[in-house]
Ligand binder design. Sequence first.
Ligand code: NDP
Length: 311
Amino acid sequence: MPTTLFSAPARLWPAYATALPRAFAEAGLSVRLLTEAPDPAAVDYIIYAPGGPLADFRPYTGAKAVLSLWAGVERIVSNPTLTQPLARMVDPALTEGMVEWVTGHVLRTHLGIDAHLAGQDGIWRNHITPPLARERGVTVLGLGELGTACAAMLAHLNFRVTGWSRSPKALPGIRCLSGPDGLAQALARAEILVLLLPNTPETENILNAETLAQMPKGAVILNPGRGSLIDDAALLAALDTGQIAQATLDVFRVEPLPADHPYWGHPKVTVTPHIAAETRPASAARVIAENIRRSEAGEPLLYRVDRRRGY
Ligand code: NDP
């Protein structure tokens, strides 16, 4: 019976205290689930989210895997005490949530909904009709689990979708570009830009003064990826000049976003409080259970993080 330690912020425990035993039973697993480990060397698996009690993985000498509850792993991947295999979260319900957030904000931008919300003043402005989606270029930076699902939904709605990733890809209905050479082309097509890259040293400030200038004038940015992807000062400057017309930001370098941050109250910025997509306990618990089952059966872990790449 594998011993499994749940180490995450205490507020998460009530939901997982129900969801994990249910998922283990569904997977045919008998698991001893603990929230404290008096004998760390006896722990087989660690279910982990940052903000819990665990920061030093060295005493967990027998742990076969650390299973992240979060999709983004930048806060654990750089922990020098972590030597155990690390798997990140790929939760179908989280993906569904991200597709909804991205599609909703792309359509909001595309249809000019904000202008109508602000214009309920008795003036009949019917001289501007939105183009069709087939006439609108949307670029998604990052074609992983989330970027691919969002790009596919946008392509299904007929947007002219371009995607960009580190390695070359071929996806139906999506113009796929990759590597440093593809970035400028991807940005040049981005009337609406969606950032779904992980936080790594390579992606830090990928949107900066130079790359913002490569986008069409008046482009819109949606960032549900990570705050580190954007040079905030460069974005604020680009909003001021009109190079960027609007930004909807869900993630920030410091969260919660400090009350005096210029993004709050900026007329061209919408702040959403890191709610684009949440890990859902019921489906995430099944992902955790499947990985424990696989590991116990000698099968490779799903969603293994490449420590060198950082994602
Ligand atoms: P994946 O690891 O599946 O995909 C990452 C993508 O980014 C891949 O396509 C990868 O390329 C690409 N990439 C990484 N580094 C580079 C680089 N240097 N140059 C070009 N492309 C690069 O991640 P997910 O899709 O699951 O998640 C993406 C991010 O979304 C997470 O890391 C997290 O930060 C964020 N997130 C935000 C949430 C929210 O609520 N706001 C919720 C969940 C996640 P390749 O395919 O070639 O490897």
